[in-house]
Design a protein around this ligand. Structure first.
Ligand code: NAD
Ligand code: LMR
Length: 326
């Protein structure tokens, strides 16, 4: 058995965490041979609820769960963390865009970036789930100057998974048959789900669907799926978000499937002409615990327009929180 690793999760008494923690503790994120110590962060008024979640975790008697830390102090929860899942933030309600949360949530991520900088493992892998996820990840990263900016990522895996299911349904295939899906840009309604590289059973997805379905149905459905769930469920997606967080971290830690890629919001190095320093979703492969942006993807005029629109939105969000970016 390997030595336990410390996994910090914020917003640990919230609805996403109620799905997420049990799956991390059962080994679905880091493997069935990797014990974990869960380091759970909540705000003070939620510590009692957190205690209940911790009791339930104990009651599962997970063989891989080597310890539980509960705290309202980020420097306790992030101490020596190798993985940090930043979930704790306010969710949006009906009629809101995710960027409407920027003011409410941005301060959380500057404080948590500083705490990660001070106490986390120098290799900590950070996934920001709390919305607006890309810009919150940027804020955390810029407040952690001693950590590699590549350690900070934002979750667009839920969008990626949504796109896989929509395409599988349309082409009457299985998600297992689909490869090379890409989400570009922001986890917002400007994101660009791109089918130009996607393959269904090894054949071009674009040859299997009509352009009109792609533009008028697929793209808006994926872009608006979060809002559709809020409308239907009366609360934002939780189990599917937790599932995507598991997928994102598992692939980052253990590697993406051979011959395929995934979508991750990562630090832009200027690839595809996207402004350096934005946290932008790109097609990525992961190997040996590191991610890499896939190079050489063909970008046509249609795609370029969509990629630029979502880049512009991210630049605007960045400018709106300039006071939090040292
Ligand atoms: P929730 O309200 O059920 O839970 C959030 C929890 O965070 C609460 O328990 C709250 O007490 C806690 N919290 C608030 N401030 C905190 C802080 N400073 N430190 C630690 N904990 C804090 O919300 P939820 O449904 O679990 O969603 C959490 C976030 O995830 C929201 O911002 C939501 O919009 C976002 N989200 C993102 C994606 C994505 O794909 N990136 C998907 C779904 C939801
Ligand atoms: C989602 O995509 O489901 C989440 O980001 C929640 C939301 O506000 O849409």
């Amino acid at each position: 058995m390997k030595a336990p690793v410390r996994v910090a999760v914020t917003g640990a008494a919230g609805q996403i965490s109620y799905s997420l923690l049990f799956r991390i503790a059962s080994g679905e994120m880091l493997g069935k041979d990797q014990p974990v110590i869960l380091q759970l962060l909540e705000i003070t008024p939620a510590l009692e609820a957190l205690k209940g979640v911790a009791m339930e975790l104990e009651d599962c008697a997970f063989p891989l769960l080597a310890g539980i830390v509960q705290s309202d102090d980020a420097t306790v929860a992030f101490k020596d963390a190798e993985y940090a899942l930043l979930v704790g933030a306010r969710p949006r309600g009906p009629g809101m865009e995710r960027k409407d949360l920027l003011e409410a949530n941005a301060a959380i991520f500057s404080a948590q970036g500083k705490a990660l900088n001070d106490v986390a493992s120098r290799n900590v892998k950070v996934l920001v789930v709390g919305n607006p996820a890309n810009t919150n990840a940027l804020i955390a990263q810029r407040n952690a100057p001693d950590l590699d900016p590549r350690n900070f990522t934002a979750m667009t895996r839920l969008d990626h998974n949504r796109a896989l299911s929509q395409l599988a349904n349309k082409t009457e295939s299985s998600v297992n048959d689909i490869t090379h899906m890409t989400i570009w840009g922001n986890h917002s309604s400007t994101q660009y789900p791109d089918l130009h590289q996607a393959k269904v059973s090894g054949e071009s997805a674009m040859d299997k669907v009509a352009q009109d379905w792609y533009e008028s149905d697929f793209i808006p459905t994926v872009q608006q799926r979060g809002a559709a769930i809020i409308k239907a469920r009366g609360a934002s997606s939780a189990a599917s978000a937790a599932n995507a967080a598991i997928d994102h971290m598992r692939d980052w830690a253990l590697g993406t499937a051979d011959g395929d890629w995934t979508s991750m919001g990562v630090y832009s190095d200027g690839s595809y002409g996207i402004q350096e320093g934005l946290i932008y979703s790109f097609p990525c492969t992961c190997k040996n615990g590191d991610w890499e942006i896939v190079q050489g993807v063909d970008i046509n005029e249609f795609s370029r327009g969509k990629m630029t629109a979502t880049e512009q939105e991210l630049a605007e969000e960045r400018d709106a929180v300039a006071h939090l970016l040292p």
